[in-house]
Ligand binder design. Sequence first.
Ligand code: PLP
Length: 392
Amino acid sequence: MPGYEVFGEEERRAVLSVFDESGGVLFAHGFDGLRNGRYFVRDWERAFASRFGFGHAQAVSSGSAAVRVALESAGVGPGDEVITQAHTFIATVEAILQLGAVPVVVDVDDTLNMDPVAFEEAVSSRTRAVVPVHMMGEMADMDPIMKVAREHEIIVVEDAAQGLGASYRGQWAGSFGLTAAFSTDAGKTLNTGEGGMVVTSDVECFESARAIHDHGHAYLPGVPRGKDPALRSGFNYRMTELQAAIGLAQLSKLDLIVGSQRSNKAALVEQLQDLPITFRRSVDPSGDLGDTLVMILPTPTTAQAMVDDLQKQGIGTKNLPDAMRWHFAGAWSHLPGLRDPRSQARAWSKSDHLLHSAVALAVTVRMTHDQIFDVASAVRESVLRHQVLIGT
Ligand SMILES: Cc1ncc(COP(=O)(O)O)c(C=O)c1O
């Protein structure tokens, strides 16, 4: 919960400033005479875009809304096939379904992100877009993914909800595709309670996203809102001024958050170095957010044995395996139309094996040396106890 961990006086003052400086909580737009020139959502969008060099940023009410708005602004519509990965939060697939598009869900590899080969194999004449998801702070292998996308003229929409502040070969998450979605919910790098951001460098895509997030408004300059025409159809996915004010305070702490996570993760790995553990493969360790350490054990049984051992020491896991239900397509029998292009069933056997063999540990901003030591000791004890199972 990185953003939450650093909540302090700055966020408190930011909330008060919405009342003190703009006379209460107003819409992000309008009320021009009342607000003393303060537009917190606009400032948040500008600050976010400029921090990462995005051409445009559109704040929205949640990361889920961001994925949906990004896909729609990229031109995804009914009947289009959209390729994404079996390891993601359910919102990625829900957003595709909400647009009447067809989710084609492919396996992940040992990066626990999209397998570029599985992506290429799933391409069909109906493929419109691909959504690589940067899970647990580490980016998908974007070079081969972008190559396949270019070759087949597939639009890339990154789901960077879990990758805010991550990078791949020196390039920020969210800057690879036509557009990208971020989340600033309470579990993400920056925390606005709920919140999301759509980013793009394409003006047309941005204008679509802006319209979609706000009932279709064209935002014609100088035209009063009541007379502003509709550019297209839309809905209300607007962010509130309060969320944006908190976001601005959180953004100033980004380096602190990512820096501490990275050094805490390095310290944890260092203490586990001599053990026969396979970690999740990283395609660019220098761009890792450092918020999660994932071990991949030989089998789901050995992973469960370690989880049980850790639990006895009071150490929980992060999403894998405890929230697998919401992060693996194989668990979503309630969603219509999901299919694994290889088996045509709801199988994803490779992802199933990898994810059920994974044990993910949270690495936090405020983790102390003692806490790191305790986690490392518990892992060590478990590995030694199960040496035969783990294969040493
Ligand atoms: C990969 C991914 N996409 C989308 C979302 C949705 O974000 P939100 O919770 O802000 O709606 C999440 C949230 O966990 C996520 O992890």
